[in-house]
Design a protein around this ligand. Structure first.
Ligand code: GSH
Length: 293
């Protein structure tokens, strides 16, 4: 491996297939499209989710569990596991649903016309609009909600792809990259902390899809579930984010949503696939369903 400080980029970049990769990027290529034929499984519910319990995946399962808790039976879903470390996102069936080969991806089979949705922010908006919940109707509140939702979507590559990648996953520790993305991550935490100093939730008093998008990332950082970086980032400085993260983390729908499709952490916090509300009860008896594995 070339030392990062010795590296001089060539005139034209070429793909070094045998080059250094972290376990999370070893399946990535510089081209799009499928690498193998694999149809996606289809369960009995109207909504079929193909995902993994990362922060981007958790956003959607939290919203679905919140909708079900409010009594929207049409939000019943099958959550199928896509193992991105094994290249599951490059199967033909998955690429048909998301040509960008990233989880989460949703298929809505509620009506005669099957609808696919990819990009977690688009999925949150689609579901919130479909059920008329967690997205304010009033113009200024709606604008605030969408602003914070897209703030999270825009900042994820800095927090996850930048800070998380170079601090936790990269096979070499590069000070320049870690400094650059730590600075931005702390600035983003401060943006959120200032907003939450005067507001219960990011939009104000109402809990919305913006909180559901932001919580798995910034709540995860603050509560120590992401990148093991609480000390490094001095997260105790962000006391309003902490208060907000703890409040949301106690909601029963969030407790359920954040363990769906999870494959890491405590075994008691991993429900690899979810096909029924009773799957959560089976977990407590250590009888997790393992369909499709
Ligand atoms: N902007 C996308 C990002 C999704 C994303 O980055 N997903 C990651 C997991 S959190 C993934 O599928 N990575 C697989 C890969 O990069 O090959 C969204 O919010 O849906």
């Amino acid at each position: 491996m070339t030392n990062s400080s010795d590296y001089v980029p060539p005139k034209v970049w070429t793909w070094d297939k045998g080059g250094a990769a972290s376990p999370v990027t070893s399946h990535n290529r510089p081209v799009a499209g499928a690498t193998h034929v694999k149809e996606l499984p289809v369960g009995r519910h109207p909504l079929q989710l193909y995902s993994l319990g990362t922060p981007n995946g958790q956003k959607v399962t939290i919203l679905l569990e919140e909708l079900l808790e409010l009594g929207y039976a049409g939000a019943e879903y099958d959550a199928w596991l896509i193992r991105i470390n094994e290249g599951g996102q490059f199967g033909t069936g998955f690429v048909d649903v998301n040509p960008n080969s990233k989880i989460p991806a949703l298929v809505d089979r509620s009506d005669a016309e099957t609808i696919r949705v990819f990009e977690s922010g688009a999925i949150l908006m689609y579901l919130a609009e479909k059920f008329g919940a967690f997205l304010p109707q009033e113009a200024s509140q709606r604008a605030e909600c969408l602003s914070w939702l897209f703030w999270q979507m825009g900042s994820a590559p800095y927090l996850g792809g930048g800070f998380g990648h170079f601090y936790a996953y990269a096979p070499v520790k590069i000070k320049y990259a870690i400094d650059r993305f730590t600075m931005e991550t702390k600035r983003l935490l401060d943006v959120l902390d200032r907003r939450l100093a005067d507001n219960t939730f990011v939009v104000g008093t109402e809990y919305t899809i913006a909180d559901m998008a932001i919580w798995p990332w910034y709540g995860g950082l603050i509560q120590g579930r992401l990148y093991d970086a609480t000390e490094f980032l001095s997260v105790r400085d962000y006391q309003h984010v902490r208060r907000w993260a703890d409040t949301i983390g106690e909601r029963s729908a969030v407790i359920r949503g954040r363990i769906v499709n999870r494959t890491s952490g405590e075994l008691s916090e991993q429900l690899h696939e979810r096909h029924s509300a009773t799957d959560f009860d089976l977990m407590t008896q250590d009888k997790r369903p393992a369909r499709g594995e």
